[in-house]
Ligand binder design. Structure first.
Ligand SMILES: *Cc1c(COP(=O)(O)O)cnc(C)c1O
Length: 397
């Protein structure tokens, strides 16, 4: 085995998929309620996406950002139209999209004469594994061993107004806030209704950029194209990746107003970023989401799943909370529950546990009522069985 040992992998490999289903190399079928971590929103092997990728691969995979790329220009127009943003930089992943956002924030600071710019970031956040993005991430496990971390971040609690308001009063070097509209890895944390609007006002009052990491929450997953659209605010910078290409690697950093003008030739770049094949994959993914009504479906199926889980888990004391938005769903238990992932594999359903105690579901946007019902039944059975066989450790004394 010559792979680096950086993943704790489950002992299963998949050979093919179709819509919400996956099959492993032994032919066993699974309901995919994790979609490769919020990636394959339009499902596996969508015929239209398969055809578009195949045809584009036969025409042109890569040319270079040394030249104009019409597929990239069209995709940027499309993303601008659905987001209200002005300009797009394309890369290949979520951490790269956030790297671009961090560089934009620093340029913005330097333009204002702040030569040690600071970006406010959140506890329990996740922004990626590169040095800048792991420094921005609010999880010590992600950072441990990689010190020295990048300077220029100030951390505050998520969904808390007093601390960041105090930072605004006392730290004149702040230039931006980087925040997930719904925290994914941190435990599917949905902030209070007015929180993002509060951050928008704070940013406006202090000339900060509001930078939204929608890498996980974007692309229709929460029942809007982008999660922040639930509260009617606009970002200055927004990052995307995961669901953008339905598994074909592509990330994007979108910006509006002066932030959109920060990069000039030579300030940033990527060899692969926005190549014709990646852009056609994303364009087609957007078409499918649009034309199949998948955003509305995500909203309805998400509600149905959360309601179903609330019913079938009612009275179970170990369940602290069922929460989420659209098809970004978490069930917080009162104890670590990582083994539910393996029990799910045995039962033929793929779920995930994040932040130790939160069972996370990120089903495909194409999920329909029969599969949603099945998901509810299987997940609640997994949780009931887990709670029966895992008594909480009684408190000492
Ligand atoms: C997954 C994720 C990232 C990192 O994306 P990669 O493509 O793995 O680099 C960044 N931010 C959020 C919110 C994510 O969920």
């Amino acid at each position: 085995m010559h792979l680096m040992n950086n993943y704790g992998r489950l002992p299963v490999a998949f050979s093919h998929g179709d819509g919400v289903w996956l099959w492993d190399t032994d032919g066993k079928q699974y309901l995919d309620a994790i979609t490769g971590i919020a990636v394959t929103g339009v499902g596996h092997a969508h015929p239209r996406l398969v055809r578009a990728i195949s045809e584009q691969a036969g025409r042109l995979i890569h040319a270079s950002n040394l030249y104009r790329i019409p597929e990239q220009e069209r995709l940027a127009d499309r993303l601008a139209a659905i987001s209200g943003m002005d300009r797009v930089f394309f890369c290949n992943s979520g951490c790269e999209a956030n790297e671009a956002a961090i560089k934009i924030a620093r340029l913005h600071g330097h333009q204002k004469g702040i030569d040690q710019p600071v970006i406010v970031v959140m506890e329990k956040s996740f922004h990626g594994r590169t040095m800048a993005t792991l420094s921005a991430t609010g999880n010590r496990k992600v950072q441990a061993g990689f010190e020295p971390l990048l300077a220029g971040f100030a951390r505050v609690p998520y969904d808390d107004r007093a601390t960041i308001a105090h930072v605004a009063e006392t730290n004149k070097n702040v230039v931006a806030v980087l925040v997930e509209p719904v925290q994914g890895e941190g435990g599917v944390n949905v902030p209070d209704d007015g929180y993002l609007a509060f951050l928008r006002e704070l940013c406006d009052a202090h000339g900060w950029l509001l930078m939204l990491d929608e890498v996980q929450s974007g692309m229709g997953r929460t029942g809007k194209w982008f999660a922040h659209q639930w509260c009617g605010i606009e970002a200055d910078v927004m990052t995307l990746a995961k669901g953008l290409g339905n598994g074909f690697p592509i990330g994007a950093c979108l910006a509006r107003g002066s932030a959109a003008e920060a990069f000039t030739p030579g300030k940033h770049g990527s060899t692969f970023g926005g190549n014709p094949l990646a852009c056609v994959a994303a364009q087609t993914t957007l078409d499918i989401i649009d034309e199949e009504g998948l955003i509305e479906n995500a909203s309805r199926m998400g509600q149905l799943i959360r309601d179903g889980l609330a019913d079938s888990l009612r009275g179970l004391g170990a369940v602290r909370e069922i929460r989420g938005k659209g098809l970004m769903i978490g069930i917080e238990l009162d104890r670590p529950c990582g083994e539910i992932v393996r029990n799910g594999l045995d039962a033929g359903i793929l779920v995930n546990v994040t932040a130790d105690t939160v069972v996370r579901m990120l089903p495909p946007l194409v999920i329909r009522q029969p599969e949603a019902t099945r998901l509810v039944e299987q997940v609640s059975e997994l949780i009931h069985a887990f709670v029966r066989t895992n008594e909480p450790v009684p408190a000492a004394g």
